[in-house]
Design a protein around this ligand. Structure first.
Ligand code: ADP
Length: 473
């Protein structure tokens, strides 16, 4: 029997281009679905993507008319790990220093850029028959609207919210430029406090809406986490569900990770990685617990809390290593702290290899997030035997169980979990972590247990499949 065709659209996909978890998901979920469906993944061909390395070849070009202007879009393609990729190239969309803009703000013409991407994706749906289009975040949201507008396209749209904090909100003047009729600019559709909200359009027009963890699916219906869309999401709650992300167990596995100084399969095997990391960073004390933070330096990730808590944390017998990039204010305060304390190391930038070495070398991974749709870091930390220290929100609540409840027979991963996102709670959680670390036998048992837990896509891919099948019957 012929497999159904699935078009998976994302504004970033690992290993071609990545700024965060979306890229990981857009790589690993289609891979997990590739046996059941004929999957095509589509993304913009940003100029930072290495065309030679990935053998990306030009296929054809076609015109896309948006807001009365004709754009010549070039389509490129490659096959990677058995999955078919299509890349959309047009200078307006692709020839930029950053994907979405500098850390502080998005590019002014992002509505046009990702409007154009959405038109190009819709054109692919028009040319070939796809049972399902799986659209991700605000950058692809307009596809759901454009598909509904075109009676020749029979594709069903699944829309996934990876982070409700980024909705793609623009001035109403963009409507004419992106060729969207004023009739869509209503409270039930695109209008949001007199602005155009792309994500709202995705939610309104898609046939099913998912987000990336069951807890976040509930949280976003509340004023605390709903980012102004809670009421609207409530209206659409029947088509909303939460499916936890998985991680690619081939890519995130210390037993075969070429980035590591020495591969390993258990807690004891982490030693060379820890020693090498401490040596590289000029930190002393391989018997002290090593805490790591890897992520965007933003409010969401709890960096305010971290900055406030660090002077107390570094007074404890431990080392702390931080890797990330983000807002300038955070760079300044973290730099000042790193200059003051000898047991605190700080690196700016995005570095895949170094991040893997950090997961491998660290005893604990700090994630004091204020909100966390799913979070992949804690699952990667489990795989590499770093115990996560997390706030009980979103996907963290779904994936990290309190170590006090440790049960060696449970399939859950364990960590230090705290409820209120404050510096005080974080310091208390770090103290608790140090105590756990002091109980060597128990600590090692927890690490070994976590490393064996299954955070692969196998179950979650099935949950997506159930939605696809329900829609495309
Ligand atoms: P986000 O909200 O940023 O998408 P996730 O937890 O979903 O957070 O995913 C983050 C992904 O990005 C993980 O694979 C993590 O290891 C990686 N990552 C984040 N910051 C960096 C960095 N500075 N260098 C390397 N990898 C990073």
């Amino acid at each position: 029997m012929n497999k159904k065709r699935l078009l998976f659209a994302s504004s970033e996909v690992y290993p071609f281009i990545k700024t965060g978890g979306l890229a990981d998901v857009a790589h690993s979920l289609p891979r997990a679905l590739n046996d059941q469906y004929e999957v095509t993944v589509v993304l913009p061909l940003y100029n930072a993507i290495d065309r030679n390395r990935f053998k990306i070849k030009r296929i054809e070009s076609f015109a896309v008319v948006m807001g009365g202007v004709s754009y010549e879009v070039e389509l490129y393609g490659t096959l990677y790990e058995g999955v078919e990729y299509r890349f959309v190239y047009e200078p307006l969309l692709c020839d930029r220093e950053f994907l979405y803009g500098p850390p502080e703000c998005g590019y002014e013409d992002n509505a046009l850029r990702f409007g154009l991407f959405s038109y190009a994706v819709t054109e692919l749906l028009r040319r070939d028959t796809y049972a399902i289009a799986h659209l991700n975040d605000w950058q692809c949201a307009l596809v759901a609207l454009l598909v509904k507008e075109d009676s020749t396209i029979e594709t069903e749209c699944v829309y996934t919210i990876h982070n409700l904090a980024y909705q793609g909100v623009f001035s109403p003047s963009v409507l004419a430029q992106i060729g969207i009729d004023e009739s869509h600019f209503t409270m039930e559709r695109l209008e949001f406090y007199n602005q155009v909200n792309f994500m709202k359009g995705g939610i309104a027009y898609a046939d099913a809406v998912t987000t990336v963890s069951p807890t976040y699916a509930k949280e976003i219906l509340t004023t605390e986490f709903g980012c102004g869309l809670e009421g609207f999401l409530h209206v659409h709650r029947r088509k909303l569900s939460g499916i936890i992300n998985g991680i690619d167990s081939d890519h995130f596995s210390p037993s075969c990770d070429e980035a590591l100084v020495e591969k390993y399969t258990d807690a004891k095997g982490k030693k060379p990685s820890k020693s090498a990391l401490l040596k590289q960073l000029g930190l002393k004390g391989s018997t002290k617990p090593l805490f790591a933070f890897i992520g965007r330096f933003t409010e969401q990730k709890g960096v305010d809390i971290l900055v406030e808590a660090l002077p107390k944390i570094v007074e404890l017998e431990c080392n702390v290593v931080l890797l990330g990039e983000g807002e300038e204010g955070y760079h300044d305060s973290l730099t000042a702290l790193a200059e003051r304390y000898g047991n605190l190391s700080l690196s700016f930038g995005y570095d895949e290899v170094y991040s893997h070495r950090m997961y491998a070398g660290a005893d604990f991974l700090l994630m004091p997030s204020l909100f966390e749709p799913c979070g992949l870091n804690q699952m990667i930390a489990f795989a590499y035997g770093a115990v996560p220290v997390v706030t009980r929100v979103g996907g963290l609540a779904d994936t990290v169980k309190k170590v006090e409840m440790y049960d060696e027979n449970s399939p859950s991963g364990y960590g230090i979990v705290f409820t209120s996102p404050t510096a005080r709670s974080l310091v208390a959680a770090v103290k608790k972590s140090c105590e756990l670390y002091g109980d060597k036998k128990h600590f090692e048992a927890v690490v070994n247990h976590n490393m064996k837990c299954d955070f692969s896509w196998s179950e979650s891919a099935k949950a997506y499949q159930v939605i696809y099948e329900r829609l495309s019957k």
